[in-house]
Design a binder for this molecule. Structure first.
Ligand SMILES: CC(C)(COP(=O)(O)OP(=O)(O)OC[C@H]1O[C@@H](n2cnc3c(N)ncnc32)[C@H](O)[C@@H]1OP(=O)(O)O)[C@@H](O)C(=O)NCCC(=O)NCCS
Length: 170
């Protein structure tokens, strides 16, 4: 499983020791407000970790743990998801609230995007974002994503589709 290093972050696979920090992030209703599942219980957070690791096994890529290098703290997760029956190859992210507003999400997702296009050979990444999720829409825009219609999730909630290409407009 690949690790990526940026000036301030380490993106690495999850370890069992990450569980408490991960459960705290996933249990925060503010962080999970626009994520389909909503705030997760400790049990569901554990199963989510298992799913993330299983995705790497099945696809050869997946979701990284985001670690702040200066503190070694786990501050979130981001990466690629391609589930059978889903919308295609998706790019997702979530950071602990105290890590917002510092450019960490942009720094980590730029490194992941570059890896996805130039190393993994992806030709398109989709971001599915609730219209009210302004921070995520801003992040997608900063990444160079373009509007690509909309869809609905399993609960019937509207999702704006943003598409990322190796060369914008290609
Ligand atoms: C979406 C999310 C990851 C965005 O986090 P973020 O911190 O706003 O995103 P960025 O890394 O792009 O940071 C941008 C902000 O950092 C500021 N910033 C500070 N230092 C910076 C630096 N060195 N470089 C860049 N930006 C910096 C920017 O000015 C900007 O501030 P603003 O929010 O006032 O405009 C975060 O809000 C989150 O985890 N949300 C909950 C989970 C979620 O909804 N996931 C998506 C489901 S589709």
């Amino acid at each position: 499983m690949t690790e990526l290093l940026t000036p301030r972050l380490l993106l690495r696979p999850f370890h069992p020791d990450d569980f408490e920090a991960h459960a705290r992030i996933c249990g925060d209703a503010e962080v999970m407000k626009y994520i389909r599942a909503g705030a997760l219980s400790r049990e569901d957070s554990w199963w989510q970790l298992a799913r993330y690791l299983g995705h790497w096994q099945l696809r050869g890529y997946g979701c990284w743990a985001v670690v702040e290098r200066s503190s070694s703290a786990l501050i979130g997760h981001l990466g690629f998801f391609h589930a059978e029956g889903g919308h295609g190859l998706e790019f997702g992210w979530a950071l602990a609230r105290e890590a917002w507003g510092r450019g960490y999400a942009l720094e980590g997702t730029l490194a992941a995007k570059e890896h996805g296009f130039s190393v993994l050979g992806f030709t398109k990444l989709l971001c599915l974002i609730r219209p009210e999720n302004e921070r995520s829409l801003r992040l997608a825009e900063r990444l160079g994503a373009e509007a690509a219609g909309e869809t609905i999730d399993e609960k019937g909630e509207r999702l704006l589709v943003r598409s990322l290409r190796p060369i914008p407009g290609s």
